[in-house]
Structures are given as C-alpha cells and as structure tokens.
Design a protein around this ligand. Structure first.
Ligand code: MF3
Ligand code: CO
Length: 263
C-alpha cells in the first residue's frame, strides 16, 4: 500500500529530512584518518537526540548502530566498531531519523584523505546516478523508469548494480511501499503520483555485482572485496519536478574544499 502524504505530513517529512541531513553534516566534520566508526556513530546519535529526534536504525530488528557504516567493500548495514579510518578508505554513513512521527533517510560516501582515482570515479558516478534517478521521479512515470535510469548510467560507466537491496517508500515507517530497485526495465512498477515519498539509494560496485552477507545477518560486502559506493536522498513526488527533501548541502559545507565528488 503506497501512502500519499497530506500537506501537513509533507511538512513533517521536510523536518525529519532536514534533521537527517544536518546529522550527516555533523558526521562529515569528524571523518578523518584515525577516527573510529564508533565515534562517528556516537556523534550522530548525540546530535539526533540533542535535536529532538530518534535514531531510527538503532534497535531496528536488533541493528546495533545509529549509522550504517560502509567502509570500502562494505555495501550496506555495517556495524559501528573500533575500526579507525585510514587514509585511502571510503566510508558511507547511512542514517535514518524519526522526527515527529516521520522518517528522513540519507546516505553519503566520504573519502578519507586521498583515495585511488578509480574509486574516486566510482563515487562520482554513483552520486550522479542518484540524481539521474531523481530527475525521472515525476508524476506519470513508473518506478521502473527510475531503476532503469540508474542502472543504465552506472553500467555504461563500467560498474555493477547491487541487486539484493533497494530504495523504498518512506513516511511514518522507515520502509514503506513501493520498493525502488536500482535496476530494471522502463515502464514497469507502480506509477508515481504527487504526495508519494521515496528514498532512492543506488548501491554500486566497482567490480562484480555479487555480495555476501556476514554471519551476523546484517553486514553486506562485495564478494570480490572491491569497493562499493552508496548515496541516498528522500524525495517527494510533486505535480512537476521532484522535491529532494534531504540535502548534501550541510555535508558539502563541512568538507568544503575537500569535496572531490561534488559534480
Ligand atoms: N538507509 C537504510 C535503508 O534505506 C537504513 C536501514 S538500516 C537498518 O534501508 F539498520 F535500520 F535496518
Ligand atoms: Co533507505
């Protein structure tokens, strides 16, 4: 069942999405060699609580973090840990905040110091693919049109699309209908209508598309252990152009001149 949000609900979605965006902006200030992923998780949790929100991932089906931590070959759902970031790493931080009963969901993949140019290009293409998907999200289009735009763009660039995880509807629940795959055919799936909110989140691998889930049932990494990138926005379908409810503005302000993937 796909929920169409009322004007008042949309206003609350905007607030939840602004908060999760500011959380990632705060996390961005801490990303540097030597910082543990647990520290980043603590920063995020405290920021959310200080601002009247709820860390929605923490305890969700037993998930142990506020952030999903995605270092290098980790695709999604990595646990915060004592691992200290190293120069050359990439780290995705995926966060969901609940605020006044609504959810905002966003993810950004950061670079730690200088990284391999091949990985840098993976990040740039993955981020661009997110906006390619968003651009399609207009009334009358179908979910498959978004999926196909992301897949086509990433595969043309030589990368592969993770199949096991998808974007999703979002609102009073973190995960609502419809599913938003990052691959598929044009013209299939639910029709987009004004008032729908969806989280679009390409997960793109440098090597093969195959992934492995660790024995803890959560942490997902590439089978070939090559890097994977992940960016996510929560998006509102309007009468015309989509409204991106989350923003990377706070992140990009925080990392300033360090931005290499801001194309
Ligand atoms: N952003 C992730 C998603 O889109 C968050 C879910 S992680 C969990 O599905 F830990 F909460 F499960
Ligand atoms: Co999501």
């Amino acid at each position: 069942m796909i929920y169409i949000k009322t004007a008042e609900e949309i206003e609350r979605m905007r607030e939840a999405c602004d908060l999760v965006s500011r959380v990632l902006g705060e996390v961005a200030r801490w990303v540097e060699p030597g910082v543990t992923t647990r520290k980043l998780d603590n920063v995020a949790r405290e920021f959310i609580l200080d601002n009247g929100g709820k860390p929605a991932c923490l305890g969700y089906h037993g998930f142990p973090g506020t952030l999903c931590i995605e270092v290098n070959e980790t695709v999604v759902h990595g646990f915060p840990s004592g691992y200290a970031l190293r120069e050359g790493d990439i780290i995705g931080t995926d966060c969901v905040v609940e605020y006044n009963g609504f959810h905002g969901d966003s993810c950004y993949t950061f670079t730690v110091g200088d990284i391999d140019p091949k990985t840098e290009r993976l990040l740039s293409i993955t981020k661009q693919s997110l906006y390619k998907g968003i651009e399609i999200a207009q009334p009358g289009k179908r979910i498959g049109d978004i999926s196909n735009a992301i897949q086509t763009f990433c595969e043309k660039a030589g990368y592969s699309v993770v199949r096991e995880m998808c974007g999703h509807g979002i609102g009073k629940s973190m995960h609502e209908d419809p599913e938003v795959p990052n691959f598929g055919r044009k013209g299939i799936g639910p029709i987009l209508r004004p008032g729908m909110c969806i989280a679009i989140e390409p997960m793109i691998n440098l090597g093969s598309k195959n992934v492995v889930i660790e024995s803890n049932g959560w942490e997902c990494r590439t089978r070939d252990r090559k890097p994977s990138a992940h960016y996510e926005h929560t998006v509102l379908i309007t009468e015309d152009k989509p409204e991106i409810l989350t923003t990377f503005r706070y992140i990009e302000e925080a990392i300033g001149s360090k931005v290499v993937n801001n194309k």
